[in-house]
Write a protein that binds this ligand. Structure first.
Ligand code: PMP
Length: 391
């Protein structure tokens, strides 16, 4: 498929096959393979060669709080944030993690007092990214525990996760709690210009980013945290030391090159417009959203979130959000379980109940505003990859 002269066909590693009557469309699991064709166009620029004698040590820079962070990766992270203007990265500690998934756990560890009698409550406003609850509780830690919807939380000691733009609904989010004793972790995985308007540099205490969403290199398994406080940065580093004794240097060398190519695409004087990752991402996602909205309108069965447009400082114009996923609402009466309904058409999606929306089931007695009328009527579909499998 070509959009604006550029090939945006689905990728080879996504396992995509021509649709046949036996095909199953899996929109449950996201995989950012839509960026593959961009990186193919970039050819050798994204290639790294690591001789057998290199990256052998556990250590990268013993003078740094995060002693396993490759200096060149740190340099490219700061360069990219300064270029895009999405986060304050200078004078911040950078902690590298095996995906932002590891950094999320490192942040919980760092923010939970080790001598508390009760585990720290971890909350996020519904609908929240379905992994937060699972990852918080899978080891049944004595340090922290999942406490659900931030809006329903009472108490002044907590860690609030703010995901913005939010997975799953794509909206810009702000903290809902404001106790002095409360701590915050900002998951800014999608605060990049292909997904949303960059309205200013984020400057929060702990900000999580990942190459999975910024450049599409989910398989490299690298994320980074920008951390203000040195003690918190040290504890996050300690977690990773205990968990995996550092983070793959080979991955960091590769990611440094990948980030460099992205920045070069905008900063070098003679660059081909086709070498601009964020423009490419915006085009492909814009195209997919246009088509998805058309389908939703034609059937009348589903509704999709509407996003206000905003001025993007990076592209210098008004733009509206194009999330990598869609939060689909089933509008047709009589469909009790939309996940099952779509499954009967061989379309796999993830029910809204995994995102904590069941708790907001409307209360007919109090007539409280119904935020989510029915957990199962909301569906999450991954939009960054259309994954076809043969039944
Ligand atoms: N945060 C959000 C909001 C995500 O959607 C994802 C990936 N689905 C992650 C974090 C995890 O990213 P990583 O691949 O870096 O572990």
């Amino acid at each position: 498929v070509k959009v604006a002269g550029q090939d945006i066909s689905v990728s080879s590693t996504s396992g995509s096959k021509p649709v046949s009557k036996d095909s199953i469309i899996n929109l449950d699991h996201g995989d950012p393979t839509m960026f593959e064709s961009f990186w193919r166009t970039m050819g050798g620029q994204g290639t790294v060669v690591i001789p057998g004698w290199q990256t052998m040590s556990y250590f990268s820079d013993v003078t740094n709080v995060c002693w396993f962070l490759e200096p060149d990766f740190a340099l490219q992270i700061r360069r990219l944030h300064n270029l895009v203007g999405n986060a304050v990265a200078d004078d911040r500690h950078i902690i590298v993690g095996t995906g932002s998934t590891q950094l999320f756990q490192a942040a919980l560890y760092a923010l939970s007092p080790s001598d508390a009698t009760e585990p720290m409550s971890v909350v996020s406003a519904v609908p929240y990214y379905s992994s937060y609850s699972a990852v918080t509780d899978y080891l049944r830690s004595g340090l922290f525990k999942w406490a659900g919807d931030a809006s329903a939380f009472t108490g002044d000691s907590y860690i609030e996760i703010i995901c913005s733009p939010n997975n799953p609904d794509g909206y810009i989010k702000h903290p809902v709690l404001n106790s002095k004793k409360g701590k915050m972790v900002h998951d800014l995985a999608y605060y990049w210009p292909q997904y949303t308007a960059i309205t200013g540099p984020a400057d929060n205490d702990i900000m999580l980013f990942t190459v999975s969403k910024s450049t599409g290199h989910a398989g490299t398994r690298l994320g980074w945290a920008l951390v203000k406080d040195r003690e918190v940065a040290k504890r996050m580093t300690k977690f990773i030391e205990l968990n995996t004794i550092g983070v793959s240097k080979d991955s960091q060398v590769r990611a440094a090159q990948i980030l460099k190519v992205v920045s070069d695409g905008y900063e070098l004087p003679v660059t081909d417009p086709a070498a601009r990752l964020f423009d490419y991402g915006r085009r492909i996602l814009g195209y997919r959203w246009e088509r998805l909205r058309e389908v939703a309108k034609t059937t009348g069965m589903f509704s999709l979130p509407e996003y206000e447009s905003d001025h993007c400082n990076f592209i210098g114009q008004q733009t509206s959000a194009n999330p990598a996923f869609a939060w689909l609402k089933c509008e047709r009466d009589g469909i009790e379980d939309c996940e099952n309904y779509l499954k009967s058409y061989k379309i796999l999606t993830r029910s809204g109940k995994h995102f904590g929306v069941e708790a907001k089931y409307g209360d007919p007695e109090t007539q409280d505003p119904v935020v989510y009328d029915k957990g199962v009527s909301y569906m999450f579909i991954q939009h960054n990859n259309v994954f076809l499998m043969t039944a």
